[in-house]
Design a protein around this ligand. Structure first.
Ligand code: BT5
Length: 286
């Protein structure tokens, strides 16, 4: 960060975008995700697509922003990204996904993002359960936020799940850019590679990879396949973890991810399956 509290964005690349509230509608020729709405500035691309979904927007609408004024993380937390530096994108999914397997929708986006990053850079991110992409050094490169709205009328199709991802592309340029609380825990593709990654190319690669992952979510074999990929990518498995749950916490060793995408933790009180929670990777004992 600069001394006056603003972000240093250096020469980060810019997405093509339009003014607040008036999305520029575009297409990248990917079958599921042809309707791409681009914003110069918006409060949150997830908020926008949830509202669109309530009005009946179909599967496949994409919102991408150059800047979010109220970018959100999970549990009311904020997602930081200065204007014009990172990839901030949400997709509206309406898929035939059993309620117990909804985590696989965000896993599909996380897996697609690891593929896209692998296609555009040499970085091989790991997935920290439930939703973070970590650089090999363990710092957070990207975060995924899935929000479902189950209240809509059936004529709009399967209930909407909006999955947003923020990928740190050009920011932070260095640790000096970061607010103190993110130093040591956040990184960017720029920091990892020393190069500028084109955000439009990354978006295209992400949507192409996700396109191939959507149909399989509707079959049990397809879901098992994605869960298996998640298992391979999941750097939480094998780690000692503390899991913060809505009603308490547990500690143990993460041993597996189920076919529904849930985390299995071996604790002193037996094996627990975690559907939703915040995970802290602990240092190995001793
Ligand atoms: C997430 O939440 O990681 C989900 C982030 C999702 C952001 C996307 S951007 C497009 C779409 N529209 C939205 O409004 N949101 C989505 P969580 O696991 O709760 O992590 C949030 C925490 O990560 C914060 O409390 C910070 O500690 C940290 N953090 C914030 N910004 C960060 C960044 N750019 N890089 C790394 N860590 C960050």
């Amino acid at each position: 960060m600069t001394e006056d509290g603003r972000y240093n964005t250096g020469t980060a690349p810019r997405l093509c975008a339009t003014s607040h509230g008036n999305p520029k509608v575009g297409s990248v020729g990917i079958s599921s995700f042809g309707d791409i709405r681009r914003f110069d500035s918006i409060d949150s691309t997830n908020r926008y697509l949830l509202d669109q979904a309530r009005d009946g927007a179909p599967h496949g609408v994409v919102a991408v922003a150059d800047h979010q004024t109220a970018g959100r993380g999970r549990l009311g937390r904020a997602w930081e990204a200065p204007p014009g530096s990172n990839l901030l994108v949400s997709v509206l999914l309406r898929v035939d996904l059993p309620a117990g397997s909804r985590h696989l929708a965000s896993a599909a986006v996380a897996l697609a993002a690891t593929e896209a990053i692998g296609a555009e850079t040499e970085v091989v991110p790991g997935i920290k359960w439930p939703n973070d992409l970590l650089a090999p050094d363990g710092r957070k490169l990207a975060g995924v936020l899935a929000e479902a709205d189950l209240s809509g009328p059936p004529e709009h199709g399967f209930p909407p799940i909006v999955v947003g991802i923020g990928i740190n592309v050009g920011w932070p340029l260095s640790d000096d850019d970061l607010p103190e609380e993110l130093v040591g825990s956040a990184t960017s593709l720029y920091q990892e590679t020393g190069g500028i990654v084109d955000r439009s190319a990354l978006l295209h690669a992400l949507l192409a990879a996700l396109d191939a992952r959507v149909a399989p979510l509707s079959t049990s074999e397809g879901r098992a396949g994605q869960a298996s990929e998640l298992r391979q990518r999941c750097v939480t498995i094998g780690r000692r973890v503390r899991v913060e749950l809505a009603g308490g916490q547990l500690e143990g060793t993460a041993t597996d991810v189920t076919d529904e995408g849930h985390l299995v933790v071996a604790t002193a009180d037996g094996v627990k399956t975690v559907v939703a929670g915040d995970v802290v990777h602990l240092r190995p004992a001793g």
